[in-house]
Ligand binder design. Structure first.
Ligand code: SF4
Length: 267
């Protein structure tokens, strides 16, 4: 997640449910979906993370009692039940779902199971924990979960043993991330597999893109904002090109200065 998104979705009051302005979070009827943050915080240390900046700034408030340390808000579990109309929720937009205690995840996924009319989008960099959760910890299937990995091209998540811009580590992580996403998708435990290339900070190796294109259902591409850092033209072109060849919908966010408006959603 990046600055502009957090500015748009950030709210101090209420239960942290409001229509998000994140363009790709779209309800089946075409209206804008919601963010849902039963867990906030994350132990990765991505330098561009604006959620961390906000949470750190407002540490000790009702919204961020523990700053950006992972925190569970059980009172927010009731939010999806209140929406009768099918809705898309971007889950944990202010942190990471995985890498947290399983009793937290159990409660969140119980809500997901009990509200099958909704779609829940979960993006992660904590691939080890997500693999354990989907393939070992739970025996349930979540057809209404669109699960994906966030790929920026540079930063190895701290939880994976990374400490910043260590390129060899990153490629190891990426390879592992692709294998986990593929396994989870093919297990039938989730509805769709997606990749968010946001912020796209480096070219993605063509073999990684080919591997992803074999089984993914959606690619999202975005730029870093504040400071604005646009990805190389060829980096974006290579993703769009393979998506076209393999018939994968692509959503290019408005923060990416791209000449053509490409904002496709999975069917
Ligand atoms: S993984 Fe996501 S939430 Fe965690 S520090 Fe990185 S950008 Fe922020």
């Amino acid at each position: 997640m990046i600055l502009s998104d957090y500015r748009k979705i950030y709210a101090f009051k209420g239960e942290n449910m409001r229509a998000t302005k994140i363009e790709w979070v779209t309800n089946p009827d075409g209206t804008r979906g919601d963010t849902w943050n039963p867990i906030i915080g994350c132990r990765n240390n991505c330098p561009y993370c604006y959620a961390r900046k906000i949470a750190t700034r407002f540490t000790g408030t009702k919204m961020y009692p523990n700053g950006f340390s992972p925190t569970f808000f059980p009172e927010r579990l009731r939010i999806p039940y209140k929406k009768k109309k099918p809705c898309m929720f971007f889950v944990c937009s202010m942190g990471e779902m995985f890498g947290n205690p399983y009793p937290w995840l159990t409660q969140v996924f119980k809500v997901i199971e009990e509200t099958p009319q909704h779609t829940f989008v979960i993006l992660t960099k904590n691939i080890i924990d997500s693999e354990i959760w989907f393939l070992n910890q739970t025996l349930a299937c979540y057809p209404n979960v669109w699960f994906g990995v966030s790929v920026d091209g540079i930063y190895t998540p701290r939880i994976y043993g990374g400490s910043g811009k260590l390129k060899p580590d990153y490629y190891l992580w990426l390879k592992h991330a692709i294998s986990v996403l593929r396994k989870v998708k093919r297990s039938g435990r989730i509805g769709k597999a997606i990749v968010s290339f946001e912020p796209l900070l480096a070219p993605i190796p063509s073999n990684a893109l080919s591997d992803l294109a074999e089984f993914c259902d959606w690619f999202i591409i975005g730029a870093q904002t504040n400071p604005n850092r646009q990805p190389g033209k060829q980096w974006v072109e290579s993703i769009v090109k393979i998506a076209r060849v393999c018939n994968i919908p692509v959503f290019i966010k408005d923060n990416l200065e791209w000449p053509e408006k490409i904002q496709q959603l999975p069917t």
